[in-house]
Design a protein around this ligand. Structure first.
Ligand code: XMP
Length: 551
């Protein structure tokens, strides 16, 4: 049986009231309400030639508080123009300008008269297209190099020492700069490691965007601020102001639904949309009974009690556990939980009546990685095409206010909106929840055992100030029993495994070298405080060959 609770804020509540509530949550700090940027916020277009570092360039530019978008090298001018760029960055890429059909910069890049920064392949493209000479590399240059500035002072190196460490990763190199350019820096293996024309066009053979180039951020800042004339106005506060206006315009008088999971992305999405349109938004939170201790209360507290959101809370624990009864295959668990979520969500959404939009926490990396990002932006989607699962009869427009943000920016926006730190910095948690951390059958008893152990792991990791440094840290309940001794008695109890990993993006992960005394405390507490557990082990496997989750 699904029991649902609905709490509705009063219909006549003004948007301004919501803003005031958010202000209260933020300790009285007013949110910026004035339009500080005008329609044309400052931006830079990053032309992507397919480098593994392209996304990193975009992140670094954003870290300099300048908005940018990563655009394919064949992007139409109209699309680029809508950004009102103050400059272009040409990324690196795997091609050689001599390859047949090698990607080149579109003419508008040069015709715009705007500053251009070519990085690695981007430098070679500049050289090739502007009349210089690129030589096929006899050997690759990969790794650290010492860059020496020539006597000519270029604003790109303003404030930097005459020599500095940079990171190289290239095959071809520049033999001759184009007419009007001079060499502004060299390394032992690259006589032309940086060039400029004195009119805002700069090429760098090395990668300023990677951490291995310690002064890279200053180099990018110099390009953005000193050469493009940007002011660094891309801040979470400004993003909130712009998004609120955009959401209000787009939604107008329509109705929006949003599935809250407790994760950062959906939490920030819901808060932002709520901020913009108040009770035109309804959130649905399905408690599948597979959450960690206190997680459901935290969500209710934050969104329902503090923010006074329209929140439909569905405690569907019984329903999920019934479906999981006897299921031990991990993929079947995933399917069962996913399908049941869709059913519950559909049922609840159908009760709301006519809905126009579905708000989703899609982030920029997903957009970049998808084949045709823009075609999805405003596409009308049919229920069954959507991962969230919606009533079959509904045609909804996706509302994705975070689709141009990176994860760290989403966190900053969350804090700006007054979300609790705990929610903003929450480690990733899988949709199928504890079901895939209980090896074998998922029962209420085993869920309780795992919740109690997991609670201790999380508490101790937080106390040791390691929570944010770890990608994930949690407990697993294997389907194993072992012999132990407690007092004078032999026990035959459960084993709990601790899993803690560091990672950048979950594609690969390393097991965390947690301090021994922390592991000892966790082990001791679990064995003493969690009934039925007499053994604790630490998982020292990395991904690959393991995965982060056990199932
Ligand atoms: P693995 O275990 O494959 O996990 O190394 C990589 C990341 O994905 C999360 N994960 C999931 N998230 N549904 C989700 O929403 C799933 O079925 C699922 N399986 C794994 C995992 O927690 C880690 O962050």
């Amino acid at each position: 049986m699904v029991s649902s609770r609905r709490v509705t804020t009063s219909d006549d509540m003004e948007i301004s009231t919501y803003l005031e509530i958010a202000e209260e949550l933020r300790g009285g700090q007013p949110l910026p309400r004035e339009e500080p940027l005008g329609r044309e916020r400052e931006a830079v277009a990053v032309i992507d030639f397919g480098s593994q570092y392209s996304m990193l360039i975009a992140r670094r530019v954003r870290e300099c508080h300048v908005y940018c978008e990563l655009l394919p090298h064949d992007a139409a001018w109209e699309r680029v123009a809508s950004l009102h760029p103050k400059g272009f960055i040409l990324s690196g890429g795997p091609a050689s300008v001599y390859d047949p059909g090698a990607p080149l910069a579109p003419d508008y890049v040069y015709e715009s008269g705007l500053p251009i920064l070519g990085i690695c392949y981007g430098l070679q493209v500049l050289t090739h297209q502007l009349g210089g000479r690129v030589a096929p590399g006899m050997r690759c240059e990969y790794g650290h190099a010492i860059l020496h500035q020539n006597a000519t002072e270029s604003p790109i190196f303003a404030g930097l020492p005459p020599s500095m460490t940079v990171w190289m990763s290239h095959g071809d190199r520049i033999e001759e700069v184009p007419p009007g350019f001079t060499t502004i820096a060299f390394t032992e293996n690259s006589p032309i490691a940086a060039m400029g024309n004195g009119h805002g066009i700069i090429g760098l053979q090395f990668h300023p965007e990677v951490a291995h180039t310690p002064q890279g951020k200053t180099i990018l800042e110099n390009f953005l601020y000193k050469i493009c004339g940007c002011q660094g106005t891309w801040t979470p506060g400004n993003f909130v102001v712009e998004s609120v206006r955009g959401i209000r315009e787009e939604v107008s008088g329509g109705k929006v639904i949003c599935a809250l999971s407790g994760g950062v992305d959906s939490a920030v999405t819901a808060t932002l949309v709520h901020h913009a349109i108040g009770d035109q938004l309804t959130c649905i939170f399905v408690n599948n009974g597979l959450l960690r201790r206190e997680e459901d209360e935290r969500i209710l507290n934050t969104f329902q009690r503090n923010m006074k959101m329209n929140l439909i809370y569905v405690d569907a624990t019984d329903r999920f556990l019934e479906k999981l009864n006897g299921v031990i295959d991990p993929e079947v668990k995933r399917r069962v939980v996913g399908e049941e979520f869709i059913r519950v969500f559909e049922e609840e959404a159908a009760r709301i009546g006519k809905v126009d939009f579905l708000a989703q926490g899609t982030l920029y990396p997903d957009v970049i990685e998808s084949v045709s990002p823009e075609s999805r932006a405003s596409a009308k989607i049919k229920t069954h095409h959507n991962v969230g699962g919606l009533p079959k009869t509904m045609t909804l427009t996706l509302l994705e206010p975070l689709r141009y943000l990176f994860k760290d920016e989403v966190r900053e926006v969350g804090l700006e909106l007054g979300l609790p730190e705990e929610m903003v910095w929450r480690q990733p948690f899988p949709g199928p929840g504890l079901a895939i951390r209980i090896i074998g059958e998922v029962t209420r008893e085993r869920l309780e055992t795992l919740r109690a152990a997991d609670w201790i792991v999380m508490n101790e990791i937080k106390k040791a100030n390691l929570y944010r440094q770890l990608w994930q840290s949690f407990a697993v309940l294997p389907d194993v029993r072992s012999v132990g001794v407690m007092g004078d008695y032999r026990t035959y109890g459960h084993v709990v495994a601790i899993r803690a990993v560091t990672s950048e993006d979950a594609m690969t992960a390393d097991w965390a070298r947690l301090p021994y005394d922390l592991l000892a405390r966790i082990s001791n507490r679990i064995a003493n405080e969690v009934p039925g557990v007499n053994r604790v082990v630490y998982d020292i496997s990395s991904k690959p060959p393991s995965t982060i989750e056990w199932e």
